[in-house]
Each structure stands twice: as C-alpha cells, then as structure tokens.
Design a protein around this ligand. Structure first.
Ligand SMILES: CC(C)(COP(=O)(O)OP(=O)(O)OC[C@H]1O[C@@H](n2cnc3c(N)ncnc32)[C@H](O)[C@@H]1OP(=O)(O)O)[C@@H](O)C(=O)NCCC(=O)NCCS
Length: 364
C-alpha cells in the first residue's frame, strides 16, 4: 500500500537519508546531508515530501526556501532538489505528485518562484517549469599570470566565515545567509576554497570549487573585486594545473568582460528551470519596482485565463505563466524582439530581464 506524499516524521527522517544515499550517492564516503546541509536538515523536515510503501521510502523531493536580495526586489525562491523515485516504483506518477506537493509548500510559504537544476526538461515542463535566467560559464585551460607582490594566496580552508560573509555581502544578487550557514557550507565534502589576501592580512576575495558529488572543476561561488578575482584565478590556474570552469551571473558585466580576455571558451546557458508559484505576489513586486524607477504604466495583470503584459496601450497577451519566464528572467532581447513597440521595449528593458542568481552553495 502506498502512503503519501507526506512530510516524513522524525523517525522517518533517518530513513530518508538512507534512501537518498542509496539511490543518489551509492559510491561516496559521506552522507548526502553533508552536501546539502541546509536543505537536508531536520530543521527543514517540514519541506520534505516522501511516498512510503510497506515502511520503505520509495520517492522523495525537498524544498528549500531562500530569500534572495537583488537591486530592485527581494525574492523568495523555493529551490527543489533530491528528486528521486525507487526504480521499482517509477512511471506511476509518484514524482509528479511529490513535486506538486513541493510546489504547494512553496506557495504556502509565499515563494515567488520555484527553481531546480536538471537535464529532464520535458519531465519538468509538464509540471509548469521552463528554462530561464542566465548562467555564463568560462573555461580556462591555460595558466594565467597573477600578481604576487601585492597579494598573498592560500588553499587553506581554515578561513573565518565572518571574513567570507563580509565579501559575499557585496554581491548585488545573493541569498541571505547566516554565518552558521557559511560554517556548514565550508564543511561540505570535496569543496576546495581558494583565497586571496591583501598584504595587511584582510581577505580580498575567494573562490570555491566542487560541492560533494557535483561541480568538480567548477568554481561556483566567488567574491571580491574584478582585480582580486582575476588574480585569484591566475593563482588557481597554477596550483591546479588542470582546466577549470568559472560560472557567473550575466550581470557581473565587468568581471566577465575582463575574464573573457583569458578564457578559452565562453558559454551562455540557463540559470535553471523556473516556475512561478505566486503570480500575484511576484507581479506586485515587479510593478512596484517599475513604479520606483518612474515607470507607472507597466501592466502585468491576470485577466481570467490570460496574462496581460506590457506598457499602457501596447500589451501582449500571454496564455501560460511558463511563457513569462523568459520575459521576466531571460533569455530575452528586447532590442530584437518584434512583440513590443520600440518605446515599450525601451521601458521594459529598464528592469527586465530581472537579474536573478543562486550561488552554488545554495543550489539543492
Ligand atoms: C526522474 C524520476 C524522479 C521520475 O520519477 P517517477 O516517479 O517515475 O516520475 P513520474 O511517474 O511522476 O513521471 C514519470 C513519467 O511517468 C508519467 N506519469 C505520470 N503520471 C503517471 C501515472 N499516474 N501513471 C503512469 N505514468 C505516469 C509522467 O508523465 C512521466 O512521463 P515522461 O517521462 O514522459 O515525462 C525518476 O526516474 C528517478 O528517480 N530518476 C533518477 C534520479 C533523477 O534523475 N532525478 C531527477 C533529478 S532532477
């Protein structure tokens, strides 16, 4: 008899970890909760969903709500991860049911959107997700010069979370994190921290490569000035002596332009698969952001089954919330589209696409 989707009770929590370790991390020497210390945590148990068959866990997904600050709005985002169904129970709709439950939890907790990382695009499209946002990936295959008279470098992980948090806080788009969360993230297995220091002993920047079973040879988190990061990557290219990738949000324009001079490949991809979970709340935040920059005729309304989007008199009717994802978060180019008049496109471009980014440590 199948039971669920339901939130695991405290006794079932350990069984959930056993199930996930068995299915997703069969060959690793650590438990999966060490990789996702804030999502797979007893304190987040109410955001887990399972299906149980005769005392056996057979399907699971977890939601981790994140508060993400950005220049014009503060998002609440539901990151979804560790989606898995036991081989013997697949194609019976269990993941669909569990994911719908995760989306309900996201709605109940006022998440504006849900996000996840996957290559099963069509599977998630059926659940209302669409590819969106931007991720710029730069590949470095050769050694790069770096400045060593002005800075010191280290691979030592023993860096205070306070110093990292101070640099991290300078990001324009970032999840709000406590220092305890930094401490937990630093303890993730297979994480290499690289740091660059000013000669007076203050931290100038950091870069983090690897995250448990994922993201090896990917620098998925970093912080510091363009000069600090460029030099730190030069140091990494020497000590690693192996090609690596650096991922960055599209809005890090100056950094990307500088690093492009040294990168062997540059690729523009998507941030993830995104689904709107609170249309009214998100529309209100975006309309307010437009008013704050002096654009008061921005229209973003649900009208029975369709959505009206544009500026006064130049409106586009959208049938599905999914079609909003590229308009809101990209990829979109308002200069070359032929939907809106040039003056409307000009106004929309003031804020859209909205900068959105989830740093590697927050992905689930
Ligand atoms: C991907 C995965 C989670 C799907 O789990 P699942 O429980 O089989 O998923 P569902 O049964 O809900 O959906 C699977 C298919 O069955 C179909 N389906 C949905 N409801 C159904 C039902 N009641 N009866 C029969 N089939 C159904 C779905 O439409 C889907 O079809 P699609 O593959 O063409 O999109 C599972 O294959 C898995 O654990 N894979 C390994 C881990 C993994 O890749 N996780 C995803 C990481 S993002």
């Amino acid at each position: 008899m199948l039971e669920g989707p339901k939130v695991p009770n405290e006794k079932e929590y350990e069984k959930v970890l056993e199930f996930l370790n068995h299915k997703l991390r069969p060959e690793h020497g650590w438990s999966i909760d060490k990789e996702y210390p804030t999502a797979l945590n007893l304190a987040n148990r109410h955001n887990m969903n399972i299906v149980v068959s005769d005392d056996r866990i057979v399907s699971h997904a977890v939601l981790k709500p994140l508060i993400v600050k950005s220049p014009h709005l503060i998002y609440k985002i539901g990151a979804i991860g560790s989606v898995v169904t036991d081989e013997d129970y697949r194609n019976q709709g269990l993941s669909h049911k569990i994911l719908n439950e995760s989306l309900n939890l996201a709605k109940q907790q006022n998440c504006d959107v849900a996000i996840l990382w996957t290559n099963l695009y069509d599977f998630y499209r059926k659940l209302g997700f669409e590819l969106g946002g931007y991720e710029i990936s730069l590949t470095f295959e050769r050694q790069m010069a770096y400045e060593y008279t002005q800075y010191k470098y280290s691979k030592d992980k023993n860096v205070s979370p306070e110093a990292l948090a101070k640099i991290y806080s300078q990001h324009s788009v970032a999840t709000i994190r406590s220092q305890d969360e930094f401490r937990k993230f630093l303890a993730i297995p297979n994480t290499q921290l690289y740091t660059i220091w000013n000669l007076n002993g203050t931290l100038a920047g950091y870069a983090i490569e690897g995250k448990g079973a994922d993201l090896s040879n990917y620098i998925h988190e970093w912080g510091g000035s363009v000069t600090a990061i460029k030099n730190l990557l030069g140091y990494i290219s020497h000590v690693k002596n192996h090609p690596f990738n650096f991922i960055a949000p599209k809005h890090s324009v100056n950094l990307i332009n500088e690093l492009k001079k040294y990168a062997d490949f540059v690729n523009e991809g998507y941030l993830g698969m995104i689904r709107i979970t609170n249309f009214e709340g998100l529309a209100m935040k975006i309309k307010k952001a437009f008013r704050n920059v002096g654009i008061s005729d921005f229209v973003f309304e649900k009208n029975q089954d369709s959505i009206l989007f544009g500026c006064n008199g130049d409106l586009y009717t959208i049938e599905s919330e999914k079609d909003l994802i590229p308009l809101l978060f990209g990829p979109v180019d308002f200069d070359t589209q032929d939907i809106f008049k040039p003056e409307t496109a000009q106004k929309l471009k003031t804020l859209l696409p909205l900068p959105l980014w989830i740093w590697g440590w927050d992905s689930v």
